[in-house]
Design a protein around this ligand. Structure first.
Ligand SMILES: Nc1ncnc2c1ncn2[C@@H]1O[C@H](COP(=O)(O)OP(=O)(O)O)[C@@H](O)[C@H]1O
Ligand SMILES: [Mg+2]
Length: 343
């Protein structure tokens, strides 16, 4: 496998600035659907995405990764906070404020690669129609150019373009994920959210798709928000990594900082649990002691405190701020004091 962590192309400027983003889902009860509470799927998250990087987002199932990805794409309207995107022609724009029409340019710039290529592709459409649909919806291509555009994009993602009139069922899982990638890329986006793009695939196929994503990133200058619960995949793919716990970002840093010098006790527990040669052992993410809390009723103070071996009184009471602990390394934990900016 080629590794994506060695090239340091992540300081070419900020492509996305997320500030205090929240996405709460109402919990409704009874016939009148009275709101009795909220699931705090994303609960005050701030981070930047650098142009050309792969930013990994890691955390246990239910910690809010998918919701965060869909919210920065404006597939969900956030409950609070802002998502600024650096457009090629207009600079930073808060996409949470845009109406349907104003969002059109963002719908091309930012695309999603879904987790499961078996359910995300419309079984009744030919591959040609699936891949070209975003072009047609956005009126970006004349009808007589579609075949050429699709054929070219199929070639780019490693598919035989003679098969463009076939239906998805004729393709393997890996080939279907290539179809999804072609569909995402055909509108020439700069930003892709990849939500566990290989977790539904055979292990033998996963590396091929990951390597394709690395190659495409280089070829087209793409920026990825790469969601995964597999730490070795994240280590292979990502320049920087954010660790999520119960809707919050608890640590954010370069790949090396997070893997070699983890600061948050939760990250430390995850890292201590890899590598795991025994496939029957839980992966690092399930091996922190105790159970993940309930996002409808998160623990007070630091949400991780009931599972934390360093828990102090302050951790039960005060939510820790996200502070800088090193060069491009941030953590939300009361064990640490902010360091002065190093020059
Ligand atoms: N559309 C929705 N409506 C209500 N609750 C949701 C919805 N989507 C996700 N959730 C809840 O939000 C939390 C985070 O979910 P999700 O973002 O899917 O996490 P992850 O992708 O990390 O597994 C979970 O508790 C989940 O049940
Ligand atoms: Mg998910």
């Amino acid at each position: 496998m080629t590794s994506n962590g060695t090239s340091s192309n992540n300081k070419d400027g900020v492509l996305m600035q997320v500030e205090h983003l929240k996405k709460y889902f109402p919990i409704e009860k009874g016939f009148f659907k009275r709101t009795v509470g909220h699931v705090r799927a994303v609960d005050d998250v701030s981070f930047q995405v650098y142009r050309g990087e792969t930013l990994g987002l890691v955390g246990e199932t239910g910690c809010g990764k998918t919701t965060l990805g869909l919210t920065v794409l404006r597939s969900y309207q956030p409950t609070d906070g802002s998502v600024e995107f650096n457009f090629r022609d207009q600079g930073m724009v808060d996409i949470t404020e845009l109406n349907r029409k104003e969002l059109k340019p963002y719908r091309r710039e930012a695309q999603m690669i879904f987790q499961d290529p078996y359910t995300s592709l419309n079984a009744r459409m030919t591959v040609r129609d699936i891949i070209s649909e975003p072009l047609i919806i956005n009126k970006l291509c004349a009808a007589d150019e579609i075949d050429d555009r699709v054929a070219h994009m199929m070639q780019v993602v490693g598919l035989d373009n003679r098969y463009m009139r076939r239906y998805p069922h004729a393709f393997s899982g890996g080939q279907r994920q290539r179809i999804s990638i072609a569909r995402a890329l055909i509108v020439n986006p700069s930003f892709l959210v990849a939500d566990e793009p290989t977790s539904a695939l055979d292990v033998s196929i996963q590396a091929q798709i990951l390597n394709l994503m690395v190659d495409l990133q280089e070829e087209f200058g793409l920026t990825y928000l790469f969601i995964s619960h597999n730490l070795s995949v994240v280590k292979h793919m990502c320049h920087r990594i954010g660790i999520m716990y119960l809707g919050r970002l608890v640590e954010l840093g370069t790949r090396d900082a997070v893997f070699e010098n983890p600061q948050h006790p939760y990250t430390q527990a995850l890292m201590a649990a890899i590598p795991k040669p025994d496939p029957d052992q839980p992966s690092g993410l399930e091996s922190a002691p105790g159970e993940i809390g309930n996002p409808a009723n998160p623990p007070s103070g630091c949400a991780f405190h009931p599972r934390c071996s360093h828990c102090m009184d302050v951790c039960r009471e005060v939510r820790p701020e996200f502070i800088k602990v090193g060069d491009d390394h941030y953590v939300a934990c009361h064990l640490y004091d902010e360091v002065e900016a190093q020059t």
